[in-house]
Design a protein around this ligand. Structure first.
Ligand SMILES: [Zn+2]
Length: 332
C-alpha cells in the first residue's frame, strides 16, 4: 500500500512538474509581454514579429512589445522624457506596421530580409538593442535607472499608430534638425504631404548641434577622386562655387570646380553629420561647419524631448512633426 502511495505521489509530481518545465524551457521565451486591461492591446503586445539579424544572417521572432522596446532603446537616448519615449514608440510601431504590411502583401518581393518584416540595420530599417546588449553598452547604473522608463513608455503607448488619410505613415525621424526639419521632397525628391518642413528652434540648443570637420586639400581631392573619379584643378581658390539651400536651410546644391553636387551626396562622401552645412576653402584646407544630425526629415528626437520637457504630450509632439496626421488605435 505504501508503495502505491509513493508511486501515486511520484506520478502526481511528474504531472504537475513536466508541463511547467516544458513551458519554462521551450515555450516561455515569448511570453514576456506585460498584459494590460485591454485584450486588444494585449494582442498587439504579443503579436509575433520577425526580425532579420544582420550579424548571424538568421531570422528571429519575438513579441511586438520586446521588439519595440529594443528599437526605442537603440534609437533614442534613454534619459529622454517619457512623452518623447512614447512618441518614439508610436513612430517605431508605425514604421514596423508599414514594413509588415508590405512583406505580407508582397510575399515574393525581396527587401533583403530573408522574408522577415524588419532587420536590425539602422541604415536600412531601425536600430535594435536587446536588453542584455543595452546593459553591456550602458553599464549597470544607466541601465537600471533608465531602461524601466523605456518599458513604461512602451506599455503606455504601444498600440497607437500615426495615420494620414487612413493609412499608416512612413514615420521617419532623425536626431537633431538644423532648427527646421526638412521636407521629404528636399531630401529624397518625393513630395509626401505629412513630411513637410516644420520649425524646431529648440534643436539649436543641443550640445552637439554644430560640428566642424576639416580636410587638407589633398584629402579633399582624394575623396572626390576615389568616389567619383573627379580630378580637381591645382588652384584650390577655384574649387568652391555657388551653394544653394532649401527653405529648411539644408544644402540643395553645391558647385565644386564647375560641377554641381547634391548636398546629401556631399554629406555622404565626407561623412558629415547632416546636409545642412557651410563649406570654406582656405590656404590650409577645406572646412565644413555642420548643423544638426541626421537626414532632417520627420520627427527630430531632440526637438521631441524639448517639447516633452515643456509639457507636450506624445500626441502633440507627433502631430507637430507629422503634418495633418491622426493618432489612432491600431487594429490587427
Ligand atoms: Zn531592413
Amino acid at each position: 500500500m505504501r508503495r502505491y502511495r509513493y508511486l501515486a505521489f511520484i506520478l502526481f509530481v511528474l504531472m504537475i512538474a513536466v508541463p511547467y518545465i516544458t513551458v519554462f524551457i521551450f515555450g516561455g521565451g515569448r511570453k514576456t509581454a506585460p498584459h494590460t486591461d485591454d485584450p486588444v492591446r494585449n494582442e498587439i503586445f504579443d503579436m509575433e514579429i520577425s526580425l532579420y539579424r544582420t550579424k548571424t544572417k538568421k531570422v528571429e521572432t519575438m513579441s511586438c512589445y520586446d521588439y519595440i522596446c529594443a528599437v526605442v532603446a537603440g534609437e533614442m537616448q534613454a534619459n529622454y522624457d517619457e512623452e518623447a519615449l512614447k512618441a518614439q514608440t508610436v513612430a517605431a510601431f508605425t514604421y514596423m506596421v508599414n514594413k509588415m504590411n508590405y512583406v505580407k502583401q508582397n510575399p515574393d518581393s525581396d527587401i533583403g530580409h530573408n522574408g522577415a518584416y524588419v532587420c536590425d540595420d539602422y541604415t536600412h530599417c531601425k536600430a535594435y538593442l536587446e536588453k542584455q546588449d543595452a546593459l553591456k553598452k550602458w553599464g549597470d547604473e544607466w541601465y537600471e535607472k533608465y531602461y524601466p522608463n523605456i518599458e513604461n513608455a512602451v506599455k503606455e503607448s504601444l498600440g497607437k499608430i500615426i495615420t494620414y488619410d487612413g493609412s499608416p505613415i512612413n514615420a521617419v525621424f532623425h536626431a537633431v534638425s538644423n532648427g527646421k526639419t526638412c521636407s521629404a521632397y528636399e531630401v529624397w525628391g518625393t513630395d509626401v504631404p505629412y513630411l513637410q518642413s516644420v520649425d524646431c528652434e529648440a534643436d539649436k540648443t543641443a550640445n552637439d548641434y554644430e560640428s566642424k570637420v576639416s580636410f587638407t586639400h589633398e584629402q579633399f581631392s582624394d575623396i572626390l577622386y576615389e568616389e567619383l573619379g573627379v580630378v580637381l584643378p591645382n588652384d584650390y581658390k577655384t574649387w568652391l562655387g555657388e551653394i544653394k539651400t532649401c527653405d529648411s536651410g539644408m544644402v540643395s546644391e553645391i558647385v565644386i570646380a564647375d560641377t554641381a553636387y547634391a548636398g546629401t551626396h556631399i554629406r555622404k562622401m565626407f561623412s558629415l553629420r547632416s546636409a545642412s552645412f557651410d563649406m570654406e576653402v582656405t590656404e590650409t584646407g577645406v572646412n565644413f561647419t555642420v548643423r544638426g544630425y541626421g537626414h532632417g526629415v520627420g520627427m527630430s528626437q531632440y526637438g521631441a524631448n524639448e517639447m516633452a520637457k515643456k509639457g507636450s504630450t506624445y500626441e502633440e509632439i507627433l502631430k507637430h512633426f507629422y503634418k495633418d496626421t491622426k493618432i489612432e488605435d491600431y487594429k490587427i
